[in-house]
Design a protein around this ligand. Sequence first.
Ligand SMILES: O=C(O)CCC(=O)C(=O)O
Length: 293
Amino acid sequence: MISSLETARYRREGFIVVPDVLSAAEISELRRVTDEFVEASRKVTTHSDIFDLEPGHSAERPRLRRIKTPSLHHPVYAAMVRHPNIVAVLTQLWGPDVRFDLSKLNLKAAGFGSPVEWHQDWAFYPHTNDDLAAVGIMIDDFTADNGSMLVIPGSHTGPIHDHHAKGHFVGGIDPATSGIDFSRAVMCTGKAGSITVHHARLIHGSSANTSGKPRRFLLQQYRAADAWPLISPPTDWGKWESLLVAGEETMQPRMTAVPVRLPYPAAPNQGSIYENQLDLQTRYFRDAEGAVR
Ligand SMILES: O=C(O)CCC(=O)C(=O)O
């Protein structure tokens, strides 16, 4: 599915964008089902186990920010977890044994859509080795103005930055004090049906959607089967094994010299990264009205 050049690029830069991974029919199904969830969100007024809502959400103007763990809520999303093209990319990067973690669908409605402040996924879930990545399925075309994901190339080999403020985890990096050169950021654009693959240690974030078109991003987290979670290890062995999407189970986690910071004390605002980041002291991205809140 990807060339050895792409594999080398992933290792060097910590991310790749792969075009034409999903067919037009699959994208159309994902859009249809996602529209159904947006419709269903009209009935809720607060965040739930499934819906994370934008500020200003209402029955008349539903503003859904995230569908939580979509693979547990609809077979069309569940099928994406084991999509053969996606699994092929991951086995090319890591070898035969790959385990799914969880998925989330971030929606940025036209002219709206909350930014996601800079962070490293690894700060949320360190493991014994860092063969971990998120695959992002572009359900819409990702363009320069609709809040496409920004990444700092090569940052997956650097330090794990502080994701704390006010004495607790906030799931975001303070742009004022981090020393990161954000002018190096690269935007992951592409046609619907493309995927991004970004390393769990890669610094990334995204701005609001200021365009007239939606941006819907189905993110699926994976890890090499021998990466053992340092946070929330499995309590149900059968469930753990059922997350394998390729290869064999192992009783021997692979330990490597990875930098770790623990996400404790836990963020007081739970439920999603948007909620966690509410306590971030300084923000980098402007919202759709142009304000840095
Ligand atoms: O939706 C995006 O642009 C990025 C989201 C992200 O990094 C996350 O949800 O962890």
